[in-house]
Design a protein around this ligand. Structure first.
Ligand code: HEM
Length: 200
């Protein structure tokens, strides 16, 4: 075949759809997943630790949460600058839709959870006398306008942001169950793995 004929049949590289996520996307995906699992465990169990541990556990929870927020922002940058591999065409349309909606909501929750935690912590009455340090090392600001509100309003906001944080947590558990359940269904029932697209 002449070079000219070969050019006609082969697609230009930028239109070739990727089959797997890039290494950066994989690292961000699994790192964020691991940190979120750690944070759910720490958030749910913090109060059951001995009193002398609670402060350190909650501080670690906050530090991991802020780290997740930063990593999710990087992940969103990756997402808007790259085309993710499309789902196999064999999957029904509703599954494509469900996956897109679940992914979008997961992004919202991965932003909303740390932000609500940060707001909850900024409305804490003792925030001013207990400055926050990421992993005990790097000074991290509270949300200034919340910290300086009138104490009565701040106390009520502390409760509301805390409740929001808890409810966003429930929504996260439901979506994670869908997300993992969907991946396992493709793996075991449809016998068409999508997990391999996200592992090196
Ligand atoms: C990946 C992000 C995060 C996840 C998945 C997460 C998850 C959770 C969960 C599941 C709880 C327990 C809620 C309950 O049982 O009512 C919790 C509590 C809490 N979270 Fe977060 N959180 C995140 C980020 C943050 C951030 C960034 C902060 C603050 C800067 C924060 C501050 C708190 C506080 C103060 C509590 C109450 C802990 C206690 O005293 O028992 N969270 N979080």
């Amino acid at each position: 075949m002449s070079t000219q004929a070969a050019n006609v049949v082969s697609e230009p590289p930028q239109t070739v759809m990727p089959l797997r996520y890039t290494r950066t996307a994989m690292v961000l995906h699994w790192l964020i997943a691991l940190l979120i699992i750690c944070n759910v465990v720490l958030g749910l169990t913090a109060e059951s630790f001995p009193d002398s541990w609670v402060r350190r556990i909650v501080d670690t929870h906050k530090s991991i949460g802020i780290t997740v927020l930063g990593l999710v922002l990087l992940r969103i940058l990756w997402r808007v600058s790259h085309r993710p591999p499309p789902l196999p065409k064999a999957f029904p349309k509703w599954e494509h839709m469900a996956a897109h909606i679940a992914h979008f909501l997961l992004y919202l929750l991965m932003i909303g959870l740390p932000l609500s935690g940060w707001l909850h912590d900024s409305a804490w009455k003792d925030a001013a006398t207990h400055p926050m340090h990421l992993f005990g090392l790097i000074p991290w600001p509270r949300v200034g306008f919340v910290m300086h509100l009138d104490p009565v309003l701040k106390e009520s906001l502390h409760d509301r942001f805390g409740a929001l944080h808890t409810w966003l947590g429930y929504a996260l558990y439901a979506l994670l169950a869908m997300h993992v359940g969907g991946a396992l269904k493709h793996q075991w029932i449809d016998k068409k793995s999508v997990i391999t697209r996200m592992v090196p």
